[in-house]
Design a protein around this ligand. Sequence first.
Ligand code: NDP
Ligand code: OXD
Length: 317
Amino acid sequence: MSLDAASPSSPVRVVYCAPGSRADPWLAALRAALPGAEVSDWAPGAPPADHAVVWAPPQAFADEQVALRAVWNLGAGVDALLRVRWREGLPLVRLEDAGMAAQMVEYVVHGLLRHYRGFDAYERDGREGRWVPRRPPRHAEWPVGVLGLGVLGTAVARAVAGLGFPVHGWSRTPRALDGVKCHAGDAGLDDFLAASRVLVVLLPLTDATRDLLDRRRLAQLQRGGVVINVARGGLVVDADLIALLDEGHLAGATLDVFRQEPLPADDPLRHHPRIAITPHISAQTIREETVAQIAGKILAFERGEAVSGVIDRMRGY
Ligand code: NDP
Ligand code: OXD
């Protein structure tokens, strides 16, 4: 088998499966990046391939594609990928950054500054004819906690620290980051929450993190707290978030991700005056960088080299 376009041996076969997306531009980009490969779109009954490039594929895809040597996820989050039953030992590989870290930093910094500088209140004043300068806020009064210190959480924590905010971070295993007070594991969570006023959620959704942010944990944030969830909706208990906003313990929330997407028209999160929502766009998959990363890793994999980003299925991320 070969990835060399000039080689006479049979080409490596790459199949693409991302239901709901337009396949053509992805197929064209994959063919350009892997000129020695045979790249096709998946349909039931398609011939077996060596590599799969996927986003939320159906179970039928995994059941049929029994010759796969690796699966390449078109995103950083793998909760949808792990809902599929894959052959034991088949490497599942996620995206790492690929242009998402810079977008995530922009989104979180925007959300943070909106609350910190009180822009919503000033915009309301402007519309309603008021002219009321308020006392300038102090960074020291707005410590930021970043839940998850992986590829994206680290970029966000560094950027926020660079703006002058006190920053705390929380991860499963201990981390060390300049300018960030790092906490780890279940034992470190209470101190982390108590030290944070703004909570940025950048954890994967796993059995260990589902519903993590319930009333008890959100209430540990400092009074006037703000939640910025850019990871997955299932990490936060919506009713508890709304109750703490209504009671005044929390001051606002910026939410990019939801348990059900698109968010139903009648969902209370859509209509709450102190919740801003966006349609899962905080860090989108960028085709050019994504294909370059996946193609580079497929080439390395075929040369027998180790690749980064392989998911630990037991851990769930
Ligand atoms: P990484 O895998 O690089 O980082 C995950 C971080 O979470 C790690 O620091 C890890 O700890 C920590 N973590 C995982 N489980 C636990 C746990 N049980 N307790 C404490 N910490 C835990 O992921 P990324 O940074 O690349 O992405 C994070 C998430 O962001 C994705 O899983 C995805 O859901 C979401 N996402 C959302 C996007 C959007 O547009 N809204 C776009 C892209 C991603 P440790 O360091 O010890 O391993
Ligand atoms: C991802 C996402 O996980 O887009 O990459 O949410």
